[in-house]
Design a protein around this ligand. Structure first.
Ligand code: FAD
Length: 474
Protein backbone atom coordinates (compact mmCIF):
# COMPACT_ATOMS: atom_id res chain seq x y z
CA UNK A 1 0.00 0.00 0.00
CA UNK A 2 2.63 2.53 1.05
CA UNK A 3 4.94 1.87 -1.89
CA UNK A 4 2.00 2.15 -4.26
CA UNK A 5 1.09 5.41 -2.57
CA UNK A 6 4.61 6.76 -3.05
CA UNK A 7 4.71 5.61 -6.67
CA UNK A 8 1.35 7.24 -7.32
CA UNK A 9 2.49 10.49 -5.77
CA UNK A 10 5.66 10.50 -7.83
CA UNK A 11 3.72 9.88 -11.04
CA UNK A 12 1.19 12.55 -10.15
CA UNK A 13 3.71 15.14 -9.05
CA UNK A 14 5.18 15.08 -12.52
CA UNK A 15 3.94 18.26 -14.18
CA UNK A 16 3.03 16.28 -17.28
CA UNK A 17 0.84 14.01 -15.17
CA UNK A 18 -2.48 15.12 -16.43
CA UNK A 19 -1.88 14.93 -20.15
CA UNK A 20 0.80 12.25 -19.86
CA UNK A 21 -1.37 10.00 -17.79
CA UNK A 22 -4.37 10.54 -19.99
CA UNK A 23 -2.23 9.99 -23.06
CA UNK A 24 -1.27 6.55 -21.84
CA UNK A 25 -4.93 5.58 -22.02
CA UNK A 26 -6.11 7.54 -25.00
CA UNK A 27 -4.06 7.90 -28.15
CA UNK A 28 -5.98 11.01 -29.18
CA UNK A 29 -4.54 12.88 -26.20
CA UNK A 30 -0.93 12.31 -27.18
CA UNK A 31 -1.13 15.46 -29.25
CA UNK A 32 -1.62 17.50 -26.09
CA UNK A 33 2.06 18.17 -25.73
CA UNK A 34 4.11 21.03 -26.95
CA UNK A 35 6.08 19.15 -29.58
CA UNK A 36 2.91 18.20 -31.34
CA UNK A 37 1.66 21.73 -30.90
CA UNK A 38 4.70 22.95 -32.79
CA UNK A 39 4.17 20.43 -35.56
CA UNK A 40 0.53 21.46 -35.83
CA UNK A 41 1.64 25.00 -36.42
CA UNK A 42 3.22 23.81 -39.64
CA UNK A 43 0.04 22.20 -40.79
CA UNK A 44 -1.40 23.60 -44.03
CA UNK A 45 -4.97 22.88 -43.05
CA UNK A 46 -6.98 26.07 -43.63
CA UNK A 47 -8.50 27.72 -40.56
CA UNK A 48 -12.06 26.62 -39.91
CA UNK A 49 -12.98 29.91 -38.24
CA UNK A 50 -15.22 32.11 -40.30
CA UNK A 51 -14.49 35.82 -40.11
CA UNK A 52 -16.41 37.77 -37.49
CA UNK A 53 -19.75 38.98 -38.72
CA UNK A 54 -21.26 42.52 -38.40
CA UNK A 55 -19.78 43.94 -35.21
CA UNK A 56 -21.81 45.75 -32.64
CA UNK A 57 -21.49 49.51 -32.37
CA UNK A 58 -22.37 49.26 -28.68
CA UNK A 59 -19.79 49.95 -25.98
CA UNK A 60 -17.47 47.01 -25.55
CA UNK A 61 -15.37 46.10 -22.55
CA UNK A 62 -11.85 47.46 -23.01
CA UNK A 63 -10.11 44.10 -22.44
CA UNK A 64 -11.35 43.00 -25.85
CA UNK A 65 -10.25 44.96 -28.89
CA UNK A 66 -12.90 46.22 -31.30
CA UNK A 67 -11.77 44.35 -34.35
CA UNK A 68 -8.44 44.05 -36.14
CA UNK A 69 -6.37 40.90 -36.24
CA UNK A 70 -6.52 40.03 -32.53
CA UNK A 71 -8.69 37.01 -31.84
CA UNK A 72 -10.76 37.13 -28.69
CA UNK A 73 -11.51 34.04 -26.67
CA UNK A 74 -14.00 34.46 -23.82
CA UNK A 75 -14.86 31.94 -21.16
CA UNK A 76 -17.96 32.39 -19.02
CA UNK A 77 -17.77 30.65 -15.63
CA UNK A 78 -14.62 30.23 -13.56
CA UNK A 79 -15.09 26.76 -12.07
CA UNK A 80 -13.13 23.61 -12.89
CA UNK A 81 -14.19 23.72 -16.53
CA UNK A 82 -13.71 27.45 -17.14
CA UNK A 83 -10.59 28.21 -15.09
CA UNK A 84 -8.65 25.18 -16.33
CA UNK A 85 -9.68 25.90 -19.93
CA UNK A 86 -8.24 29.41 -19.47
CA UNK A 87 -5.01 28.04 -17.99
CA UNK A 88 -4.66 25.47 -20.78
CA UNK A 89 -5.38 28.09 -23.44
CA UNK A 90 -2.58 30.26 -22.06
CA UNK A 91 -0.22 27.26 -22.24
CA UNK A 92 -1.18 26.17 -25.75
CA UNK A 93 -1.19 29.70 -27.20
CA UNK A 94 2.24 30.31 -25.70
CA UNK A 95 3.54 27.04 -27.17
CA UNK A 96 2.20 28.05 -30.56
CA UNK A 97 3.60 31.57 -30.36
CA UNK A 98 0.08 33.01 -30.62
CA UNK A 99 -0.24 34.68 -27.20
CA UNK A 100 0.33 38.20 -28.51
CA UNK A 101 -2.35 38.06 -31.16
CA UNK A 102 -4.98 36.31 -29.04
CA UNK A 103 -6.71 37.60 -25.92
CA UNK A 104 -8.21 35.26 -23.37
CA UNK A 105 -10.79 36.68 -20.95
CA UNK A 106 -12.33 34.75 -18.09
CA UNK A 107 -15.66 36.10 -16.83
CA UNK A 108 -16.96 34.82 -13.52
CA UNK A 109 -19.38 36.18 -10.99
CA UNK A 110 -17.28 35.83 -7.86
CA UNK A 111 -13.69 36.84 -7.21
CA UNK A 112 -12.61 33.37 -6.08
CA UNK A 113 -12.24 29.97 -7.67
CA UNK A 114 -13.69 27.27 -5.39
CA UNK A 115 -12.01 23.90 -5.03
CA UNK A 116 -15.29 22.15 -4.17
CA UNK A 117 -13.86 18.78 -2.99
CA UNK A 118 -12.40 20.71 -0.03
CA UNK A 119 -15.62 22.51 0.98
CA UNK A 120 -16.17 19.98 3.79
CA UNK A 121 -12.83 20.85 5.34
CA UNK A 122 -13.69 24.54 5.04
CA UNK A 123 -16.86 24.03 7.11
CA UNK A 124 -15.08 22.03 9.81
CA UNK A 125 -12.18 24.49 9.95
CA UNK A 126 -9.55 21.90 8.90
CA UNK A 127 -8.65 24.09 5.92
CA UNK A 128 -8.59 27.85 5.56
CA UNK A 129 -10.66 29.90 3.13
CA UNK A 130 -7.70 31.07 1.01
CA UNK A 131 -6.47 27.48 0.60
CA UNK A 132 -9.81 26.22 -0.71
CA UNK A 133 -10.78 29.36 -2.62
CA UNK A 134 -7.88 31.34 -4.11
CA UNK A 135 -8.64 34.64 -5.87
CA UNK A 136 -8.61 34.43 -9.67
CA UNK A 137 -6.14 37.26 -10.09
CA UNK A 138 -3.60 35.22 -8.08
CA UNK A 139 -4.01 31.93 -9.90
CA UNK A 140 -4.01 33.66 -13.29
CA UNK A 141 -0.92 35.76 -12.53
CA UNK A 142 1.67 35.51 -15.29
CA UNK A 143 -0.63 33.64 -17.69
CA UNK A 144 -1.82 36.65 -19.68
CA UNK A 145 -5.46 35.67 -19.06
CA UNK A 146 -7.63 38.68 -18.18
CA UNK A 147 -10.16 38.28 -15.41
CA UNK A 148 -13.47 40.09 -15.40
CA UNK A 149 -15.70 39.77 -12.36
CA UNK A 150 -19.34 39.93 -13.33
CA UNK A 151 -22.46 37.95 -14.07
CA UNK A 152 -23.05 37.15 -17.73
CA UNK A 153 -26.72 37.75 -18.48
CA UNK A 154 -27.12 36.99 -22.15
CA UNK A 155 -25.31 36.22 -25.38
CA UNK A 156 -25.91 37.91 -28.73
CA UNK A 157 -24.77 35.31 -31.24
CA UNK A 158 -25.20 37.60 -34.27
CA UNK A 159 -22.98 40.39 -32.94
CA UNK A 160 -20.88 37.95 -30.90
CA UNK A 161 -21.17 39.80 -27.64
CA UNK A 162 -21.89 38.81 -24.06
CA UNK A 163 -23.85 41.17 -21.86
CA UNK A 164 -22.27 41.23 -18.40
CA UNK A 165 -23.36 42.87 -15.14
CA UNK A 166 -19.96 43.86 -13.81
CA UNK A 167 -19.09 43.58 -10.14
CA UNK A 168 -17.99 46.85 -8.55
CA UNK A 169 -14.35 45.63 -8.50
CA UNK A 170 -14.46 45.41 -12.30
CA UNK A 171 -16.02 48.86 -12.67
CA UNK A 172 -19.72 48.12 -12.10
CA UNK A 173 -22.55 48.68 -14.59
CA UNK A 174 -23.49 46.68 -17.66
CA UNK A 175 -20.94 45.94 -20.38
CA UNK A 176 -20.86 44.17 -23.71
CA UNK A 177 -17.87 41.88 -24.16
CA UNK A 178 -16.96 40.80 -27.70
CA UNK A 179 -15.72 37.35 -28.59
CA UNK A 180 -14.60 35.31 -31.56
CA UNK A 181 -14.78 32.04 -29.65
CA UNK A 182 -16.92 31.56 -26.56
CA UNK A 183 -16.58 28.75 -24.03
CA UNK A 184 -19.57 28.24 -21.75
CA UNK A 185 -18.65 26.85 -18.34
CA UNK A 186 -21.34 28.13 -16.00
CA UNK A 187 -21.70 24.84 -14.10
CA UNK A 188 -24.75 23.74 -12.15
CA UNK A 189 -24.94 26.28 -9.39
CA UNK A 190 -28.47 27.56 -9.70
CA UNK A 191 -30.09 28.03 -6.29
CA UNK A 192 -33.10 26.25 -4.95
CA UNK A 193 -35.88 28.61 -3.88
CA UNK A 194 -36.02 27.03 -0.39
CA UNK A 195 -32.40 27.94 0.26
CA UNK A 196 -33.43 31.53 1.01
CA UNK A 197 -35.10 30.46 4.25
CA UNK A 198 -33.06 31.03 7.43
CA UNK A 199 -32.55 27.41 8.51
CA UNK A 200 -32.18 25.95 5.01
CA UNK A 201 -28.75 25.74 3.38
CA UNK A 202 -27.44 24.70 0.00
CA UNK A 203 -24.02 23.11 -0.26
CA UNK A 204 -22.40 24.00 -3.55
CA UNK A 205 -20.67 27.34 -3.25
CA UNK A 206 -18.18 29.10 -1.00
CA UNK A 207 -21.01 31.27 0.35
CA UNK A 208 -23.04 28.14 1.18
CA UNK A 209 -20.12 26.67 3.12
CA UNK A 210 -19.39 29.91 4.96
CA UNK A 211 -23.05 30.41 5.88
CA UNK A 212 -23.24 26.87 7.22
CA UNK A 213 -20.03 27.33 9.20
CA UNK A 214 -21.36 30.57 10.73
CA UNK A 215 -24.67 28.94 11.66
CA UNK A 216 -22.86 26.04 13.35
CA UNK A 217 -20.64 28.48 15.24
CA UNK A 218 -23.73 30.42 16.39
CA UNK A 219 -25.44 27.27 17.65
CA UNK A 220 -22.26 26.11 19.41
CA UNK A 221 -21.93 29.54 21.03
CA UNK A 222 -25.55 29.26 22.22
CA UNK A 223 -24.51 25.90 23.70
CA UNK A 224 -27.15 23.99 21.69
CA UNK A 225 -26.57 20.26 22.28
CA UNK A 226 -26.98 18.23 20.24
CA UNK A 227 -27.35 20.35 17.10
CA UNK A 228 -29.98 18.59 14.99
CA UNK A 229 -29.14 18.51 11.29
CA UNK A 230 -31.17 17.14 8.37
CA UNK A 231 -29.24 16.37 5.19
CA UNK A 232 -31.54 15.99 2.19
CA UNK A 233 -29.74 13.93 -0.45
CA UNK A 234 -27.53 10.88 0.01
CA UNK A 235 -25.16 11.48 -2.91
CA UNK A 236 -21.48 12.42 -2.57
CA UNK A 237 -21.90 15.89 -0.98
CA UNK A 238 -24.57 14.69 1.49
CA UNK A 239 -22.58 11.70 2.70
CA UNK A 240 -19.18 13.40 2.81
CA UNK A 241 -20.57 16.43 4.63
CA UNK A 242 -22.44 14.26 7.16
CA UNK A 243 -19.29 12.27 7.95
CA UNK A 244 -17.17 15.42 8.23
CA UNK A 245 -19.61 17.13 10.61
CA UNK A 246 -20.22 14.01 12.71
CA UNK A 247 -16.48 13.29 13.05
CA UNK A 248 -15.70 16.91 13.85
CA UNK A 249 -18.51 17.58 16.34
CA UNK A 250 -18.70 14.11 17.87
CA UNK A 251 -21.60 13.76 20.37
CA UNK A 252 -22.71 17.37 19.92
CA UNK A 253 -24.47 16.69 16.66
CA UNK A 254 -27.41 14.54 15.62
CA UNK A 255 -27.53 14.02 11.84
CA UNK A 256 -30.27 12.41 9.73
CA UNK A 257 -29.82 11.81 5.99
CA UNK A 258 -32.92 11.59 3.78
CA UNK A 259 -32.36 9.65 0.58
CA UNK A 260 -35.04 8.99 -2.03
CA UNK A 261 -33.35 5.91 -3.51
CA UNK A 262 -32.71 2.56 -1.88
CA UNK A 263 -29.00 3.16 -1.30
CA UNK A 264 -26.64 5.97 -0.46
CA UNK A 265 -24.05 7.09 -3.03
CA UNK A 266 -25.95 5.55 -5.96
CA UNK A 267 -23.22 6.58 -8.44
CA UNK A 268 -20.27 5.47 -6.31
CA UNK A 269 -18.44 2.21 -6.77
CA UNK A 270 -19.23 -0.63 -4.39
CA UNK A 271 -16.04 -0.36 -2.33
CA UNK A 272 -16.54 3.31 -1.49
CA UNK A 273 -20.22 2.75 -0.75
CA UNK A 274 -19.43 -0.04 1.71
CA UNK A 275 -16.71 1.98 3.47
CA UNK A 276 -18.97 5.05 3.67
CA UNK A 277 -21.91 3.00 5.01
CA UNK A 278 -19.69 1.58 7.76
CA UNK A 279 -18.35 5.03 8.57
CA UNK A 280 -21.85 6.53 8.89
CA UNK A 281 -22.81 3.73 11.30
CA UNK A 282 -19.61 4.21 13.31
CA UNK A 283 -20.34 7.95 13.61
CA UNK A 284 -23.98 7.41 14.58
CA UNK A 285 -25.42 9.19 11.52
CA UNK A 286 -29.02 8.07 10.85
CA UNK A 287 -30.19 7.48 7.31
CA UNK A 288 -33.72 7.16 5.94
CA UNK A 289 -33.63 5.35 2.60
CA UNK A 290 -36.49 5.16 0.06
CA UNK A 291 -37.75 8.34 1.68
CA UNK A 292 -39.36 11.12 -0.26
CA UNK A 293 -39.05 14.53 1.39
CA UNK A 294 -42.35 16.29 0.70
CA UNK A 295 -41.80 19.64 2.38
CA UNK A 296 -38.97 21.71 3.78
CA UNK A 297 -39.69 24.69 6.02
CA UNK A 298 -37.09 26.85 7.72
CA UNK A 299 -37.00 24.58 10.80
CA UNK A 300 -38.68 21.33 9.78
CA UNK A 301 -38.67 18.52 7.25
CA UNK A 302 -41.72 16.46 6.28
CA UNK A 303 -41.34 13.11 4.57
CA UNK A 304 -43.49 10.27 3.34
CA UNK A 305 -43.18 7.09 5.38
CA UNK A 306 -43.39 3.55 3.96
CA UNK A 307 -47.08 3.31 4.95
CA UNK A 308 -47.83 6.51 3.02
CA UNK A 309 -48.33 8.66 6.13
CA UNK A 310 -46.41 11.94 6.32
CA UNK A 311 -44.06 12.49 9.27
CA UNK A 312 -42.47 15.77 10.34
CA UNK A 313 -39.53 16.63 12.57
CA UNK A 314 -37.81 19.83 13.65
CA UNK A 315 -34.15 20.56 12.87
CA UNK A 316 -31.71 23.36 13.70
CA UNK A 317 -30.12 23.13 10.26
CA UNK A 318 -31.48 21.67 7.02
CA UNK A 319 -28.98 21.09 4.23
CA UNK A 320 -30.13 20.49 0.68
CA UNK A 321 -27.33 18.37 -0.69
CA UNK A 322 -29.19 17.28 -3.79
CA UNK A 323 -27.94 18.04 -7.28
CA UNK A 324 -28.67 21.39 -8.83
CA UNK A 325 -30.10 22.23 -12.21
CA UNK A 326 -27.89 24.32 -14.47
CA UNK A 327 -29.35 27.27 -16.31
CA UNK A 328 -28.46 28.36 -19.82
CA UNK A 329 -27.74 32.03 -20.53
CA UNK A 330 -30.42 34.06 -22.31
CA UNK A 331 -30.14 34.43 -26.05
CA UNK A 332 -28.12 31.27 -26.60
CA UNK A 333 -30.95 29.40 -28.29
CA UNK A 334 -29.02 26.13 -28.41
CA UNK A 335 -30.04 22.48 -28.11
CA UNK A 336 -30.39 21.65 -24.43
CA UNK A 337 -31.88 19.09 -22.08
CA UNK A 338 -32.62 19.78 -18.39
CA UNK A 339 -30.63 22.98 -18.71
CA UNK A 340 -27.56 21.19 -20.10
CA UNK A 341 -26.22 22.17 -23.49
CA UNK A 342 -25.70 19.44 -26.09
CA UNK A 343 -22.11 19.34 -27.29
CA UNK A 344 -20.49 17.02 -29.81
CA UNK A 345 -17.47 14.89 -28.94
CA UNK A 346 -15.21 17.83 -29.78
CA UNK A 347 -17.05 19.83 -27.10
CA UNK A 348 -18.48 22.20 -29.65
CA UNK A 349 -22.09 23.23 -29.03
CA UNK A 350 -24.19 21.35 -31.58
CA UNK A 351 -24.86 23.29 -34.77
CA UNK A 352 -22.71 26.23 -33.63
CA UNK A 353 -19.41 27.34 -35.13
CA UNK A 354 -17.98 29.48 -32.35
CA UNK A 355 -19.45 28.09 -29.13
CA UNK A 356 -18.01 25.41 -26.87
CA UNK A 357 -19.28 24.11 -23.53
CA UNK A 358 -17.47 22.22 -20.78
CA UNK A 359 -18.19 20.88 -17.30
CA UNK A 360 -21.58 20.47 -15.64
CA UNK A 361 -23.37 22.71 -18.14
CA UNK A 362 -22.43 20.41 -21.05
CA UNK A 363 -24.38 17.30 -21.98
CA UNK A 364 -21.77 15.22 -23.69
CA UNK A 365 -21.55 11.76 -25.20
CA UNK A 366 -17.83 11.08 -25.51
CA UNK A 367 -16.07 9.49 -28.48
CA UNK A 368 -16.62 6.00 -27.01
CA UNK A 369 -20.39 6.64 -27.03
CA UNK A 370 -20.72 6.94 -23.22
CA UNK A 371 -22.48 9.84 -21.51
CA UNK A 372 -20.09 11.66 -19.18
CA UNK A 373 -20.93 12.42 -15.54
CA UNK A 374 -20.90 15.90 -14.00
CA UNK A 375 -17.70 15.93 -11.97
CA UNK A 376 -14.68 18.15 -11.48
CA UNK A 377 -12.55 15.33 -12.86
CA UNK A 378 -14.47 15.39 -16.15
CA UNK A 379 -14.54 19.21 -16.28
CA UNK A 380 -10.74 19.27 -16.00
CA UNK A 381 -10.33 16.64 -18.71
CA UNK A 382 -12.71 18.56 -20.97
CA UNK A 383 -10.79 21.77 -20.26
CA UNK A 384 -7.74 20.27 -21.97
CA UNK A 385 -9.63 19.22 -25.08
CA UNK A 386 -11.73 22.39 -25.35
CA UNK A 387 -8.65 24.62 -25.05
CA UNK A 388 -6.83 22.55 -27.63
CA UNK A 389 -9.77 22.63 -30.04
CA UNK A 390 -10.30 26.39 -29.73
CA UNK A 391 -6.63 26.96 -30.55
CA UNK A 392 -6.90 24.46 -33.41
CA UNK A 393 -9.99 26.29 -34.65
CA UNK A 394 -8.21 29.64 -34.68
CA UNK A 395 -4.98 28.39 -36.18
CA UNK A 396 -6.03 25.66 -38.56
CA UNK A 397 -4.85 22.82 -36.32
CA UNK A 398 -6.40 19.39 -36.02
CA UNK A 399 -9.16 19.14 -33.38
CA UNK A 400 -9.31 16.33 -30.85
CA UNK A 401 -12.24 14.24 -29.76
CA UNK A 402 -13.03 13.94 -26.07
CA UNK A 403 -12.89 10.59 -24.37
CA UNK A 404 -13.55 10.29 -20.67
CA UNK A 405 -10.81 8.74 -18.52
CA UNK A 406 -12.14 7.27 -15.29
CA UNK A 407 -9.33 7.91 -12.82
CA UNK A 408 -11.39 6.71 -9.85
CA UNK A 409 -13.08 8.47 -6.96
CA UNK A 410 -12.05 9.72 -3.53
CA UNK A 411 -14.41 10.44 -0.64
CA UNK A 412 -13.71 12.48 2.45
CA UNK A 413 -15.14 10.62 5.46
CA UNK A 414 -14.23 13.10 8.19
CA UNK A 415 -11.80 12.86 11.10
CA UNK A 416 -8.77 12.63 8.80
CA UNK A 417 -10.11 9.54 7.04
CA UNK A 418 -11.14 8.94 3.44
CA UNK A 419 -11.98 6.16 1.04
CA UNK A 420 -10.67 5.87 -2.47
CA UNK A 421 -10.99 3.47 -5.30
CA UNK A 422 -9.36 3.60 -8.71
CA UNK A 423 -9.52 0.92 -11.38
CA UNK A 424 -6.99 2.86 -13.43
CA UNK A 425 -4.41 2.60 -10.61
CA UNK A 426 -5.68 -0.78 -9.33
CA UNK A 427 -6.18 0.77 -5.90
CA UNK A 428 -8.70 0.53 -3.07
CA UNK A 429 -7.80 2.22 0.17
CA UNK A 430 -9.49 3.68 3.22
CA UNK A 431 -8.81 5.38 6.55
CA UNK A 432 -5.83 7.67 7.25
CA UNK A 433 -3.57 6.66 4.37
CA UNK A 434 -6.45 7.28 1.97
CA UNK A 435 -6.91 10.71 3.58
CA UNK A 436 -3.24 11.52 3.02
CA UNK A 437 -3.38 10.37 -0.58
CA UNK A 438 -6.62 12.29 -1.24
CA UNK A 439 -5.15 15.50 0.15
CA UNK A 440 -1.93 15.04 -1.84
CA UNK A 441 -3.66 14.29 -5.14
CA UNK A 442 -6.00 17.27 -4.75
CA UNK A 443 -3.09 19.50 -3.83
CA UNK A 444 -1.36 18.54 -7.07
CA UNK A 445 -4.53 19.19 -9.06
CA UNK A 446 -4.97 22.72 -7.66
CA UNK A 447 -4.45 25.61 -10.06
CA UNK A 448 -1.10 27.46 -10.32
CA UNK A 449 2.26 26.33 -8.97
CA UNK A 450 2.40 29.36 -6.71
CA UNK A 451 -0.88 28.48 -5.01
CA UNK A 452 0.12 24.82 -4.65
CA UNK A 453 3.39 25.82 -2.97
CA UNK A 454 1.66 28.23 -0.58
CA UNK A 455 -0.92 25.60 0.38
CA UNK A 456 1.72 22.87 0.72
CA UNK A 457 3.83 24.99 3.05
CA UNK A 458 0.78 25.96 5.10
CA UNK A 459 -0.18 22.27 5.45
CA UNK A 460 3.38 21.33 6.30
CA UNK A 461 3.40 23.85 9.17
CA UNK A 462 0.16 22.36 10.52
CA UNK A 463 1.26 18.74 10.06
CA UNK A 464 2.29 18.02 13.69
CA UNK A 465 -1.06 19.37 14.87
CA UNK A 466 -2.95 17.28 12.28
CA UNK A 467 -1.06 14.11 13.19
CA UNK A 468 -1.93 14.56 16.86
CA UNK A 469 -5.58 15.16 16.03
CA UNK A 470 -5.80 12.26 13.58
CA UNK A 471 -4.31 9.89 16.18
CA UNK A 472 -6.86 11.13 18.70
CA UNK A 473 -4.16 12.59 20.99
CA UNK A 474 -6.02 15.90 21.12
C1 FAD B 1 -19.37 19.90 -2.10
C2 FAD B 1 -18.96 19.35 -3.43
C3 FAD B 1 -17.92 18.44 -3.52
C4 FAD B 1 -17.53 17.94 -4.75
N1 FAD B 1 -16.51 17.04 -4.79
C5 FAD B 1 -16.10 16.56 -5.98
C6 FAD B 1 -15.01 15.64 -6.05
O1 FAD B 1 -14.44 15.26 -5.02
N2 FAD B 1 -14.62 15.22 -7.27
C7 FAD B 1 -15.24 15.62 -8.42
O2 FAD B 1 -14.83 15.20 -9.50
N3 FAD B 1 -16.29 16.47 -8.38
C8 FAD B 1 -16.72 16.96 -7.20
N4 FAD B 1 -17.79 17.83 -7.15
C9 FAD B 1 -18.47 18.21 -8.39
C10 FAD B 1 -17.71 19.36 -9.03
O3 FAD B 1 -17.55 20.42 -8.12
C11 FAD B 1 -18.41 19.86 -10.27
O4 FAD B 1 -18.68 18.79 -11.13
C12 FAD B 1 -17.52 20.88 -10.96
O5 FAD B 1 -17.36 21.99 -10.12
C13 FAD B 1 -18.09 21.30 -12.30
O6 FAD B 1 -17.27 22.29 -12.82
P1 FAD B 1 -17.89 23.44 -13.74
O7 FAD B 1 -16.75 24.28 -14.17
O8 FAD B 1 -18.77 22.86 -14.76
O9 FAD B 1 -18.85 24.25 -12.78
P2 FAD B 1 -18.56 25.03 -11.45
O10 FAD B 1 -17.35 24.52 -10.78
O11 FAD B 1 -19.85 25.03 -10.72
O12 FAD B 1 -18.22 26.51 -11.92
C14 FAD B 1 -19.13 27.34 -12.56
C15 FAD B 1 -18.69 28.76 -12.30
O13 FAD B 1 -19.40 29.64 -13.15
C16 FAD B 1 -19.87 30.74 -12.40
N5 FAD B 1 -21.06 31.23 -13.08
C17 FAD B 1 -22.26 30.60 -13.21
N6 FAD B 1 -23.11 31.36 -13.94
C18 FAD B 1 -22.41 32.48 -14.28
C19 FAD B 1 -22.74 33.64 -15.03
N7 FAD B 1 -23.95 33.80 -15.58
N8 FAD B 1 -21.80 34.60 -15.18
C20 FAD B 1 -20.57 34.47 -14.63
N9 FAD B 1 -20.20 33.39 -13.91
C21 FAD B 1 -21.12 32.40 -13.74
C22 FAD B 1 -20.14 30.14 -11.02
O14 FAD B 1 -20.17 31.12 -10.01
C23 FAD B 1 -18.95 29.21 -10.88
O15 FAD B 1 -17.82 29.89 -10.41
C24 FAD B 1 -18.20 18.35 -5.93
C25 FAD B 1 -19.25 19.28 -5.84
C26 FAD B 1 -19.63 19.77 -4.61
C27 FAD B 1 -20.75 20.76 -4.52
Amino acid sequence: GTSFFMATLIVMSNPSFSSGFIASFNPSFTSLNCQKLASHSQSHRPPTLSTARGRSTRRTFPVCSQAGSEKRICIVGGGFGGLYTALNLAKYLEAKGKSKETSVTLISDSERFVYSPFLYELVTGELQDWEVAPVYTDVLKGTGVKFLQGKAQSVDKINKTISVDLASLSGGGKQEVSYDKLILATGGNSKDEKEGEPGVFGFRSLEDAKKLRARLAGLKFANKKPIKIAVVGGGYPGIELSCSLAANMKKNVDITIFQRGDKILPRANLYNRIVATQRLAELGVKKFLRTEVVEIKDDSVSWKQNNGAVAEDKFDIIIRASSSRPSVLNGLDVQEEDGRIHVNDMLKVKEEEDLYAVGDIARCIDSSGSPVPSTAQIAMQQAEVAAWNVVADLTGGVPLTFRRQDLGEMLSLGGYTASLSSKAFGLQLDDKLAHLLRRSVYLIRMPSTDHKLKVASSWFRRLPDEIEKSLGLR
